[in-house]
Design a protein around this ligand. Structure first.
Ligand code: SF4
Length: 440
């Protein structure tokens, strides 16, 4: 294994039916998606004293570095411990090599308080057990540095699952605290937790709205540093801010927390319903909630109206990639007047997306999974004005004359909440404007 090279880039258990009226078509075949390593880009920006050490190949290093686009001398908080020929052939002991690399890294970077060992296809192929490595390294470095592990490998994943796997490992690492049982007649106070990696600016805006409703002490997970550890117990109610957190939610539920069913905070409709779900659970009156939402909703209305004339009646086709496709389709159809030709999603969590599915127009074509050849044929038949897809498909589709939007941008960019609704709309109108300018 080489020294650290600093770098910067589904199928799951079957779910019960949501009761939604939509027919969801399943498709299996060749997939065109990024792997879970990509999540490192937004996760390392969020948790500001964490380091993400990919245990992988040079391909993994190049993927993350080119996606994040940083200079290699910029001391980023991620890197790759390269598995090389000596590790693969068994000449070197990969565990010893990993320990050596981690020791070097932590000696040099005293600012690191949390270290994620991130598994990859190569580390899984050689069956390097990173959970045991994390235990071993924790014995050496905890409490100064907490060492965790998760898999970002591209085997059976789509790129947002790396984020989910990271957050699930964090929940697992939190101490279990027995909550005091409420005595007879005493009301157990609920604590609200927002779950999902959000930009700090989005969290601050949401916190202001919660405060104006009178909901104090709302926590956000993941926190901005390793010290922020929410207490999760039976008095915790949580709202998901992202639709791809199936494993994280499962871990929270196992700790006794309760998920509040709601659409996701994208666009005015989704954000309003998301806050209303919180208000209802926290005992806030309809009027107080409405008063708190009124001004930000009006601002959002003005911001999106500028883009509506460009997007209205335009046809859009989603290739499956980010797992954000259903809330985005709902926003673009209901608020921007776009026509949904096909909504491809890598994996649909029927419970977490039940409210979203109900808000989609009747007869929306939803396809779960991917057979990329068939999907490309259907895309050509539909001849959409805009195609949302991964980077691998965008260039060939652009070369054929289609206008595309990279789905990964929708995860990098702050798009949640009222004050981001205009930016969200602009992400879709911008490629159409660019096309118009080129044609002019
Ligand atoms: S798909 Fe596998 S080998 Fe390729 S970059 Fe991702 S983890 Fe590395």
């Amino acid at each position: 294994m080489n020294a650290v090279i600093p770098i910067q880039i589904a199928q799951k258990e079957p779910q019960p039916s949501s009761g939604s009226s939509h027919q969801i078509r399943q498709e299996r075949g060749q997939r065109e998606v990024f792997c879970g390593l990509t999540g490192i880009i937004w996760l390392h920006r969020k948790i500001q004293d964490a380091f993400f050490l990919v245990v992988g190949s040079r391909t993994c290093a190049h993927l993350v570095q080119s996606a994040a686009g940083v200079m290699i001398f910029a001391e980023p908080r991620f890197g790759t411990a390269i598995i090389d020929d000596r590790d693969l052939s068994g000449i070197a002991d990969a565990n010893e090599e990993l320990d050596r690399v981690v020791n070097q890294l932590l000696k040099r970077r005293q600012d690191i308080k949390m270290l994620f060992l991130v598994g990859s296809c190569p580390s899984e192929v050689i069956k390097l057990d990173l959970s045991r490595a994390a235990q071993r390294l924790n014995a050496q470095f905890n409490p100064h540095v907490k060492v965790l592990n998760y898999s970002g490998s591209g085997i059976e994943t789509t790129f947002t699952q790396g984020d989910d796997a990271c957050l699930a490992s964090l929940v697992e690492s939190f101490p279990i605290r027995a909550s005091e049982p409420a005595s007879a007649g005493e009301l157990q106070l609920k604590k609200l937790l927002i779950v999902g990696t959000l930009a700090d600016v989005v969290e601050d805006q949401m916190q202001r709205i919660f405060k104006s409703m009178g909901i104090e002490g709302v926590e956000f997970f993941p926190g901005r540093n390793s010290k922020q550890v929410p207490v999760i117990d039976a008095s915790t109610v949580y709202l998901l801010a992202q639709p791809f957190l199936a494993d994280t939610a499962k871990r929270l539920d196992a700790r006794g927390a309760t998920r509040l069913p709601a659409p996701f905070p994208l666009g005015i409709q989704g954000t309003s319903a998301w806050f209303e779900a919180a208000a209802l659970a926290m005992g806030v009156s309809v009027q107080v909630c409405e008063n708190a939402l009124q001004a930000p909703r009006q601002r959002a209305q003005m911001a999106i109206s500028r883009h509506r004339s460009l997007l209205e009646n335009k046809k859009i086709f989603f290739f499956p990639d980010s797992q954000l496709e259903i809330p985005l389709a709902r926003f673009l159809s209901n608020e921007m007047g776009m026509q949904l030709t096909e909504v491809g999603v890598p994996y649909i969590h029927r419970h977490h997306l039940a409210q979203e599915l109900e808000l989609l127009p009747a007869n929306t074509v939803i396809v779960e999974g991917q057979h990329v050849e068939r999907q490309l044929e259907r895309c050509e038949e539909a001849h959409p004005d805009l195609v949302v897809c991964g980077l691998g498909l965008a260039n060939p589709l652009e070369a054929k004359g289609y206008t595309t939007k990279w789905s990964i941008e929708l995860v990098f960019t702050p798009i949640q909440g009222f004050d981001q609704a205009g930016d969200l709309a602009e992400l879709f109108s911008r490629p159409l404007v660019r096309k118009q300018k080129i044609a002019a």
